[in-house]
Design a protein around this ligand. Structure first.
Ligand SMILES: Cc1cc2nc3c(=O)[nH]c(=O)nc-3n(C[C@H](O)[C@H](O)[C@H](O)COP(=O)(O)OP(=O)(O)OC[C@H]3O[C@@H](n4cnc5c(N)ncnc54)[C@H](O)[C@@H]3O)c2cc1C
Length: 320
């Protein structure tokens, strides 16, 4: 059995769902959780219900906002005082920034952006997409422990029957050390929607949207079915959508339960960011568009006709 630490981020005081996905998958290993700052009792109980034996709340000066050096120093000190075999975190913007830095400070390996992992006799093996998702590599980490890995949000899915852990919690004095690059302010996006990387349903628009105003038909459908709106790079480069909405190789990597691509051709760079979605629906006027080779459901037609019809049907189905 491996001794595993899961680093969790919080959003408005709530642990990110990817932490629960990871804990669920760790069933059979000894799992503990570290969070920077405080965490309410209901969140500690939630972590316990997914298998956390212990929740360590790392507290100290200069840790109120994320900084790569501060968080990494605080976690480094804590991890050194314990005997974890593995440290796992979500492959979020923060996780992707923090974990390789932390791994480097231990001169250890880091398996980034895993879409799955197993523990065989306490030894971790991760699955990582390579070459824009065209192949999957099985990665094992060697050398002195602890080893590090990040896991793509939504890739594992929530466990059907989570096994509870003891869920003790403890405050830990943490030292942020010298911070040379401090984040002064974090300005939240105006949208109250779930971030693309964590969204369960995504509706994306491509160049065919023609302008930013037309995105309102996607927003309308998104409001009805609780989706987040994304975009292709062509839509972003044309100024129809914000860069934070871009899905793909040079945008965000997503793995929602449902991805609806509207007027997107399905270039390899776009597929790289969304091909691990569980169900893909494509709406395109061109029956030979490459997106149809990856779609589970394809609709050949004009998105400006089809999207409003789908929105109305969803409203009827959901009683909205
Ligand atoms: C290094 C590099 C990195 C890149 N990174 C990314 C990335 O991160 N993300 C990304 O998306 N792209 C990326 N690209 C760009 C990528 O190669 C494509 O150019 C881009 O994805 C095309 O966007 P699109 O599908 O919206 O536009 P197009 O390829 O122009 O496709 C538009 C589609 O809309 C269909 N259409 C037209 N009118 C309608 C209508 N009324 N109703 C329905 N369908 C309609 C057309 O048939 C067509 O299939 C990258 C490229 C490079 C070189």
């Amino acid at each position: 059995m491996a001794n595993v630490l899961v680093f969790t981020e919080t959003n408005d005081g709530k642990v990110k769902p990817v932490t629960l996905e990871i804990l669920g998958k760790l069933n059979g290993q000894k799992a503990e959780v570290a969070v920077i700052g405080d965490l309410a009792d209901d969140q500690v109980k939630l972590l316990a219900s997914y298998g956390a034996q212990k929740v360590h709340k790392l507290k100290g000066a200069n840790l109120d906002k994320y900084s790569p050096e501060g968080y990494s120093n605080a976690l480094q000190g804590f991890i050194k005082s314990q005997s974890f075999d593995y440290v796992l975190a979500g492959a979020t913007s923060t996780g992707k920034d923090l974990m390789p830095r932390l791994a480097a400070s231990f001169q250890a390996g880091c398996a980034s952006d895993c879409t799955n992992f197993t523990f065989d006799g306490g030894t971790f093996a991760g699955t990582r997409p390579l070459f824009a998702g065209k192949c999957l590599a099985k990665v094992e980490l060697t050398g002195p422990k602890p080893h590090f890995a990040t896991v793509r949000p939504n890739a594992l899915g929530m466990p059907a029957t989570p096994v509870a852990g003891a869920g003790e919690s403890a405050d830990v004095a943490a030292d942020a050390g010298a911070i040379r690059a401090a984040i002064k302010e974090i300005i939240k996006a105006a949208s109250s929607k779930v971030d693309l990387t964590e969204a369960n349903i995504i509706i994306s628009g491509g160049r065919a949207m023609k302008n930013s105003d037309n995105f309102k038909i996607l927003n309308e459908m998104a409001d009805v079915i609780g989706a987040t709106v994304g975009a292709s790079r062509a839509a972003v480069d044309s100024g129809f959508a914000a860069h934070s909405m871009q899905v793909g190789q040079t945008g965000k990597t997503v793995a929602p339960s449902l991805y609806i691509a509207c007027g997107i051709s399905g270039a390899i760079q776009h597929l790289a960011g969304m091909r691990t979605s569980k169900v893909i629906v494509a709406i395109n006027t061109d029956p030979d568009a490459p997106i149809f080779t990856k779609a589970d459901y394809g609709i050949v037609g004009d998105l400006f006709t089809i999207v409003p019809i789908m929105t109305e049907e969803f409203k009827k189905l959901l009683g909205k």
